[in-house]
Ligand binder design. Structure first.
Ligand code: COA
Length: 227
């Protein structure tokens, strides 16, 4: 099966699932908004006694202005011109030696060449002109897609990963794939929670599968989503 591009329809589906879409945006982009702070609980704002409806409105306004900073990011298909920034982001995440299999040193030129070649199967998230997340689907000729992804550390926990996974699911369905699958380190609670959120099921554990630069052998979990 041939990998087709992440397309405009894919991105728009993410917009529906994620958030509001303020114009104008490029045809193949969607804008996602993410609250970066949680509103304070009622009791700490209102003091004692049940809040009146006017008080409730005022409180909501105050929270909206003071306690909910909104960050925007764009999800769109990757382009060959993104390849170097994608490789650099990957190298930065590899420095963490925790979530992804690659460890330093990452060969930026080699990775950039890979991302340029495989841009058709990738989607990125960008904020303020910087790439803050990426996801790649490797399409197998046997009808399944293998997913790999990462998000800039400063942007985690704000919905970027969710927007990318939703785009991957829409893309895979559009390609007629019957399944998406992936492998994740067994200790990677954030990634496993993200995949579970989208109904990926755990299909097995590969014990001591990955030898790390430290010499440790790490387990991985295989997860899959029937489409
Ligand atoms: C895993 C990763 C991609 C998640 O991206 P993200 O942008 O933080 O994900 P989201 O903000 O959309 O969060 C998605 C869900 O994951 C869960 N989650 C997020 N961060 C979590 C954390 N630190 N611990 C537990 N669960 C977490 C939540 O259930 C969340 O859904 P909710 O906000 O609706 O409750 C990101 O942490 C990352 O890039 N990590 C390093 C690289 C990596 O591990 N890649 C995956 C390799 S398999």
């Amino acid at each position: 099966m041939r990998a087709e591009r992440f397309d405009e329809r894919t991105a728009q589906n993410v917009a529906t699932a994620s958030t509001s879409v303020p114009p104008p945006v490029a045809r193949d982009e969607i804008v996602c908004q993410s609250a970066t702070a949680t509103p304070r609980p009622y009791s700490r704002l209102e003091g004692h006694g049940p809040p009146t409806s006017h008080a409730r409105q005022q409180r909501a306004l105050r929270q909206g202005c003071e306690h909910r900073r909104v960050a925007e990011f764009v999800v769109r298909p990757a382009r060959a011109g993104d390849a170097r920034a994608m490789a650099e982001l990957m190298a930065t995440v590899a420095e963490e030696r925790d979530g992804i299999a690659s460890e330093p040193p990452v060969d930026i030129e080699e990775r950039a060449a890979f991302f340029a070649r495989s841009a058709d199967g990738s989607v990125i998230a960008a904020a303020h002109g910087q790439i803050v997340g990426l996801l790649h689907v490797h399409v197998s000729r046997f009808g399944f897609g293998e997913l790999a992804m990462l998000v800039d550390r400063d942007w985690r926990g704000r919905g970027v990963g969710s927007a990318l996974v939703q785009a991957a699911i829409d893309y895979a369905r559009g390609q007629g794939l019957h399944k998406l699958c992936l492998e994740v380190f067994a200790h990677n609670a954030a990634a496993i929670a993200l995949y579970r959120k989208f109904d990926f099921a755990e299909e097995g554990r590969r014990r001591q599968q990955y030898r790390r630069a430290s010499g440790e052998l790490w387990d991985s979990i295989v997860m899959g989503l029937a489409l």
